[in-house]
Design a protein around this ligand. Structure first.
Ligand code: UDP
Ligand code: MG
Length: 328
């Protein structure tokens, strides 16, 4: 496999790499160097790198265009605005043509060199080799704490198993990517969807590095949104919890009622405004909480039902002409 063995323009490459990029201008050159080296080490010239610019506010798109102009293996995709990490990955997966597809972060937190170990597992017959973090460097105690809490909670809630401590860093075979592309849902939690798809999946442990440059594109509110997407996409337990809570509160109410009636017969009057007010407040807030949970699911149903495209591409550059973006 020579490094210059460029495949014919219409043949799909052996490997596609999908990289979502949001305000990553500072780290693009380092990414380009390490990623190309890792791909070439294993695939010679038979790969493509799909870099998706997710509405960055810095010079990320200019950087991607520059890299694509210099290297025919790089395809740049410019989304019309910031669609969010999961949809940027989705856009990249739709453009990717490779027989194998690697998803990797742009900030070099997922070391490109792990690709080799992932390819080994795929060659053993697995369909998905997902990166599992054994250490997280350069992340705050808060981020590590909330992440670990979240994965535990999700593990308890989800209707099927989602592996712990994994991100979207993973190598997948074409049949898995085709299945993923065929899933039209809008609220995408890709690591959950991949594990839902099934086939043989295996963990590849790796150490998560500190961000190479720039800042996280995942502030707290985006983490919460991703968490809610994950839970509502993979569990209806919160809905069922509503009836459980209702039953518990019902029993509680009955006990209070019996107490109130016995007090009436003993003393001729119902004692205590405090308890009345407390019960009304508790019942009221529990009902509102449950309504809120219902509302969240109904809102998502409404948005799913509109069936709008998941992302909009402004421009594509470099590489061989990719297929037209499937507006799923
Ligand atoms: N990202 C994106 N759109 C966003 C936020 C992030 O495409 O709205 C990309 C980002 O460029 C990076 C990956 O998603 O390649 C993971 O994001 P980040 O590193 O900021 O998250 P963290 O590692 O801090 O959880
Ligand atoms: Mg990161």
């Amino acid at each position: 496999m020579g490094t210059d063995a460029t495949p014919p323009a219409d043949a799909p490459p052996k490997l596609s790499v999908v990289v979502p990029c949001y305000n990553e201008a500072l780290g693009l050159d380092a990414l380009d160097r390490r990623l190309n080296a890792a791909c070439a080490a294993r695939f010679g010239g038979d790969y493509e790198i799909v870099m998706v610019n997710d509405g960055s506010k810095d010079a990320t798109w200019e950087g991607i265009r520059r890299l694509a102009a210099a290297n025919p293996r790089i395809v740049g995709v410019d989304l019309s605005r910031n669609h969010g990490h999961q949809l940027a990955v989705t856009a990249g997966l739709q453009m990717a043509r490779g027989e194998l597809v690697l998803i990797i972060d742009a900030d070099l937190q997922d070391p490109p060199e792990v690709l080799g170990a992932m390819v080994d597992r795929i060659e053993e017959g697995y369909d998905v080799a997902y990166g599992q973090r054994i250490a997280r460097k350069g992340e705050s105690v808060f981020k590590r704490g909330t992440a670990s809490l979240f994965y535990k909670l999700l593990g308890k809630l989800a209707d099927h198993e989602i592996p712990l401590d994994t991100g979207d860093f993973r190598l997948m075979t074409r049949r898995v990517v085709d299945q993923l592309n065929a899933m039209p849902e809008r609220f995408r939690f890709i690591r959950g969807m991949v594990s839902w798809i099934g086939f043989a999946q295996v963990a590849v442990p790796y150490e998560r590095d500190a961000r190479f440059a720039g800042e996280t594109g995942y502030p707290l509110h985006k983490m919460i949104r991703l968490g809610l997407d994950a839970i509502t996409s993979f569990s209806t337990l919160p809905l069922r919890l509503a009836s459980l809570l209702g039953m518990v509160m019902g029993v509680f109410g009955m006990v209070l009622l019996i107490w109130a009636i016995s007090v009436y017969f003993a003393h001729g009057t119902v004692a205590g405004w405090t308890s009345t007010v407390a019960v009304v407040l508790i019942m009221g807030s529990v009902q509102l909480l449950i309504l809120g949970v219902f509302g969240d699911y109904i809102g998502r149903l409404y948005l799913e039902n509109k069936r709008r495209p998941l992302f909009i591409v402004r421009e594509v550059c470099g590489g061989t002409p990719p297929p037209p973006p499937a507006a799923a």
